[in-house]
Design a protein around this ligand. Sequence first.
Ligand SMILES: O=C(O)CCC(=O)C(=O)O
Length: 271
Amino acid sequence: MQRTASLDETVAIDPGTIASFARNGHAVVRGLASADEVSQYAPAIKRATSQLSGDTRPLDERDTYGKAFIQSMNLWRVDRVVKEFVVARRFAKVAADLMGVSGVRLYHDQSLFKEPGGGITPWHQDQVYWPLDTHNTITMWMPLVDVPASVGSVVFASGSHRAGDLGGAAIGDNSQEYFDRLVRQEKLELVSYAPMRAGDATFHSGWTLHGAPANETTTMRSVMTIIYFADGARVGPIDTPMRRDDNEKWLQSLPTGALAASELNPLLWSR
Ligand SMILES: O=C(O)CCC(=O)C(=O)O
């Protein structure tokens, strides 16, 4: 299909959204891509997701994390149409504007397809996985299909990013139990932006506590995400097996202290 969309055309984000992101650690930008633009990229994202998806077991043979979604990563490396979507200046500029930084690099992309009957996404904080020495990290989460309130769309704990590492460790049954208790004890405010239209996008900070309910519908919740960090950030401590694994996969094993700017981390937006 000849693509007419130009995801390099940028949009302005209103100051209220930027302030809300700083305060809460999450925000929504409705209509960041049009339905027409999404339809020009979704087929390639779906194909690459199938190509890269490792776990082909039926849902009932997977653990809690495995049931949450089909997860495929760095799709931009296998498909040039997906690459256009992932390196889009429009998305990267919003990421930079929300964090208030002058440039952003790619950490990695990932598609998260919550299957019909797929389970909860356990509570977690992304940055426990990331060996980056900055708090200026952000994920764009964009559904490729309309997501009604009955499908698992992300729930964010407002303000949780300000505390940094809350101690819940890796995503799974333990993090779910740990953070469920924390949410109740601390009476954290929970926010979801459902329902969402294809092309709406949420953004959350690397330390924002989040999870998602199960998908109790018969429709696949197809979502594409892009993770960015502030240009100039350095590789942080590689102090856990998870961070070692991430360092090898997304930062080409750069050592602690090096500029986080490997071949896999192109500069996607700079003022
Ligand atoms: O899509 C989901 O269910 C969870 C998303 C998520 O954890 C993330 O994008 O960091």
